[in-house]
Design a protein around this ligand. Structure first.
Ligand code: ATP
Ligand code: MG
Ligand code: MG
Ligand code: MG
Length: 564
């Protein structure tokens, strides 16, 4: 490909962005933002995405996972069957058609696939089956950020498997797990699989694949001595630091200097329900009784649902709807009314990631505590039991004290069980002729997020070097001086002959200064570079293996003698 013909709008200067990969993708002309969290992929990014997708397709087919394509536009009725029309919350992008019918833009496809399979498969003899697709997903993230790492429209590979029994599910789960390792290794990502929390999606067995990177929004808690690795959300500290080790105590009201009435606290925190990004109202069941809890979140984190489940010690929670919030808290959006007796509000301050300050719990008087310091203000908090593990502690299952490292969640595999097949009645006849719900698994890879994660791991401040397996071009020919007809002619001959030999070649034939060309080439990131410049006259061209550039820049720059 001739660079003069292609569209790579590189930027000359450094720009301020929220993450390295985001900055690199903008500077190297790979993406262009259209709206918050919504991007166009320009030619270089598109080529790399194609390459990543090809690797994913290959590894999926190796484990008998078959490609399909499901609709992005999904009717409300399907989401009502699984109850997720109400439960999914504000992340679900909703819209109407001209007849006023409700639809969602798919954030994930459990509903669609379950309805598809239930209508087509009636006997256990057709199982197991695994289907996958690669497609744009939509999630109205509270805080889209870091470029492609957290978009509102992003590309995902999602696979779903259907089984007659647990053993069959386990087999597919293991195959997926190993295929994921292969995929990430092949695209050049350093990842670690960790035990994870199943969160709101349901099911109880799941691993996340974490690409190690400082920008990662997840904290991996790992044991340097053994295989133990878990998302910090899931890791259970072995030693409770408080007197009541591990033992659960009912919440008691404790008089402390920091007790305030909820309304005062709300004013103090300057929170209104209108600001739903900071306020989480959830419902949950205890002994068949529906309860509500309000969390007011300060600090910058995403783990609210999981935190809520932990703090409440329940396995599942649902978001309260706007109407419920209004009627419960006697408030219209924009003001916070006094919190009712039963609706235990919990104020969370920096509770995530193991910080010390969590203000928690209300008692029957509608009081709660802020700025709690354990052992100073509160003798018997629920905090101790649900806190996040600290670096240097033992986790349940670790052999030595754990360490922390940041990671980007690039994939996740789930055993879903019958959550969707039961509620949506996806049943088959078993070998005794009885109708039973299918057992399901689901498996996601963030394809566009993987692209950004690869960049995080393969860039330095001003340069990028694509892993060979996904590079947009194999070889970059640079012509520092287009006015020199001799070198130009030679470069185009070389270009042709490399192409004839099966190489994917980009040739910089633009009328630009040499400095501009080299800067751009560093950003574009092609691993092998051939520079045909002044040395040509004395029979020398310069060959650079940029894959090894960081190891030894001089050794990997070679001058190659050529014959005229
Ligand atoms: P996160 O915890 O980062 O919000 P998730 O757990 O909600 O991700 P899943 O439902 O597990 O995401 O979706 C499967 C994969 O899709 C994730 O592992 C991730 O790689 C990718 N993904 C999820 N949300 C986004 C997003 N907003 N932008 C880009 N990729 C995403
Ligand atoms: Mg999410
Ligand atoms: Mg997650
Ligand atoms: Mg996930």
């Amino acid at each position: 490909m001739r660079q003069s013909k292609i569209f790579i709008p590189t930027l000359r200067e450094q720009i301020e962005t929220d993450s390295r990969s985001h900055g690199m993708m903008l500077r190297s002309g790979m993406i262009k933002q259209t709206a918050a969290g919504v991007y166009s992929y320009l030619p270089m990014a598109k080529k790399v995405l194609n390459n990543i997708e090809a690797i994913i397709r290959e590894e999926m087919e190796n484990i008998d996972s078959i490609e399909v394509q499901m609709p992005i536009l999904q009717p409300k009725e399907l989401w009502q069957e699984s109850k997720r029309w109400d439960d999914y919350g504000a992340e679900l992008m909703r819209l109407n058609d001209r007849h006023g019918r409700d639809f969602a833009l798919g954030p994930t496809h459990e509903e669609v696939i379950t309805s598809l399979v239930r209508d087509e498969l009636k006997s256990y003899k057709k199982l197991p089956i695994t289907l996958f697709q690669i497609q744009s997903k939509f999630r109205d993230e509270i805080r889209p950020r870091y470029g492609l790492l957290r978009g509102r429209e992003f590309i995902m590979k999602d696979a779903y498997s259907f089984h007659i029994d647990e053993a069959s599910l386990s087999e597919t789960y293991d195959n997926m797990y190993h295929a994921y390792y292969k995929i990430f290794k092949r695209v050049g990502l350093n990842v670690r699989a960790v035990k994870a929390d199943s969160g709101a999606i349901g099911g109880d067995y799941t691993h996340e694949f974490m690409a190690l990177a400082d920008i990662g929004e997840d904290t991996i808690c790992f044991d340097p001595e053994s295989d133990y690795a878990a998302n910090i959300e899931t890791a259970i500290p072995m030693n409770e630091p408080l007197s009541h080790q591990g033992e659960e105590k009912p919440l008691e009201r404790v008089e402390t200097p920091n007790v305030k009435k909820s309304i005062e606290v709300a004013q103090f925190l300057d929170v209104s329900i209108e600001d739903m990004s900071k306020t989480l109202v959830v419902k949950y069941e205890v002994d068949n009784e529906l309860k509500y809890a309000m969390f007011i979140l300060r600090g910058d984190h995403e783990l609210n649902e999981i935190f809520a489940m932990r703090a409440l010690n329940v396995k599942s929670i649902k978001m309260a709807s706007e109407d419920e919030v209004k009627s419960l808290f006697g408030a219209t959006f924009g003001s916070l009314g006094p919190v009712e007796v039963d609706h235990m509000p919990i104020y969370v301050d920096d509770a995530i990631r193991g910080h010390q300050h969590i203000a928690t719990g209300a008692n029957v008087d509608g009081y709660h505590y802020i700025n709690v310091s354990i052992d100073r203000d509160i003798k018997d908090p629920i905090y101790g039991h649900y806190r996040f593990i600290q670096q240097g502690e033992y986790a349940e299952g670790s052999k030595s004290p754990v360490e922390f490292v940041e990671g980007i969640e690039v994939g996740q595999v789930f055993k879903l069980g019958t959550k969707y097949s039961s509620s949506m009645k996806a049943e088959v006849l078993n070998d005794q002729g009885r109708s039973v719900p299918m057992i399901m698994g689901c498996y996601g890879i963030g394809v566009s997020r993987t692209l950004a994660a690869v960049i995080e791991q393969h860039m330095t401040e001003d340069s990028l070097v694509w892993p060979k397996s996904i590079t947009p071009y194999d070889v970059h020919i640079i012509l520092p001086n287009m006015k020199d007809s001799e070198t130009t002619q030679y470069a185009f001959e070389l270009y042709k002959s490399l192409k004839q030999n099966g190489y994917n070649v980009l040739i910089d034939d633009r009328n630009e200064r040499a400095g501009v060309k080299f800067n751009d080439a560093d950003l574009i990131g092609i691993p092998l570079r051939i520079t045909i410049g002044r040395g040509y006259k004395s029979g020398v061209v310069e060959f650079t293996n940029r894959l090894k550039l960081h190891e030894s820049p001089e050794m990997n720059k070679q001058e190659i003698k050529i014959e005229h």
